[in-house]
Design a binder for this molecule. Structure first.
Ligand SMILES: CC(C)(COP(=O)(O)OP(=O)(O)OC[C@H]1O[C@@H](n2cnc3c(N)ncnc32)[C@H](O)[C@@H]1OP(=O)(O)O)[C@@H](O)C(=O)NCCC(=O)NCCS
Length: 208
């Protein structure tokens, strides 16, 4: 499904807080009680690996309803080379519009933009049931391993899509998550106080 009535465009500086609130709403209580992704986005915008040309929001009737962004990172190859790749997210859709095709629409659009910029592949952690529909598969099928994961551990969360066909053909190695994604709980708590109060709930299906 794709949405015809939305505008997908770069995030404007003056709407940063609105986007962060959208991300907070999208992720709240999904993976853990509360969430940290709105702070992650806040921090990553200042990171040298951040790509402002791939920092997109989706607007409908003058309201932000979705966002996605990309970061530069690399694969440290088994033969000693490093191969530049992208990682992605947070990506979020406003809760009342989830599962209506908005996520796939902004995902496919931003992947196309990343490809137009010449990037070769995107790797990140996600659910194959959603990302598989946009051409992602398990990164292990490309011979790419997730950093710090013990041998034999479940790596089905670790996904990859080539933007340039064959980009990873001669590559085996370890993918690195950009350091900016690791935020401190205390900093998240402090940042979160700038937003309207929201109840943290322990819910079934959360990862942490
Ligand atoms: C994940 C997210 C971006 C997906 O966007 P969305 O608009 O809800 O998804 P779409 O409607 O475009 O989904 C397209 C297809 O992907 C699949 N899909 C999407 N989310 C899924 C989920 N959580 N579990 C299983 N399948 C899913 C469905 O098959 C869907 O097709 P359907 O409409 O026939 O069910 C959105 O739900 C969201 O913001 N979630 C909370 C934050 C989050 O988890 N972000 C991603 C972190 S990796």
């Amino acid at each position: 499904m794709s949405k015809d009535n939305v505008i997908i465009r770069l995030e404007r500086k003056e709407e940063r807080r609105e986007t962060e609130n959208l991300v907070r709403e999208a992720f709240w209580n999904v993976y853990k009680p509360g969430c940290s992704e709105h702070y992650v986005l806040h921090v990553l915008r200042e990171d040298p690996a951040f790509i402002p040309e791939l920092n997109y929001v989706m607007e409908e009737e003058g309201k932000l309803v979705g966002q996605n962004m990309f970061m530069r990172t690399m694969i440290v190859c088994d033969d000693g080379r490093t191969v530049p790749v992208l990682t992605m997210g947070p990506i979020g859709i406003t809760p009342e519009l989830k599962r209506k095709g908005y996520g796939k629409t902004i995902l496919d659009y931003t992947l196309k933009k990343a490809k137009e910029m010449g990037f070769g592949a995107v790797l990140f952690e996600g659910n194959i049931l959603f990302y598989g529909k946009s051409g992602f598969t398990y990164a292990r099928e490309f011979g790419i391993r997730y950093h710090d994961l013990p041998e034999g551990a479940d790596d089905s969360f670790f996904l990859c899509k080539e933007l340039i066909p064959g980009y990873l053909r001669e590559v085996t190695g370890v993918y690195q998550t950009p350091k900016g994604y690791y935020v401190k709980d205390e900093e998240v708590e402090e940042f979160d106080r700038q937003f309207p109060a929201k109840e943290k709930l322990k819910l079934p299906g959360q990862l942490w």
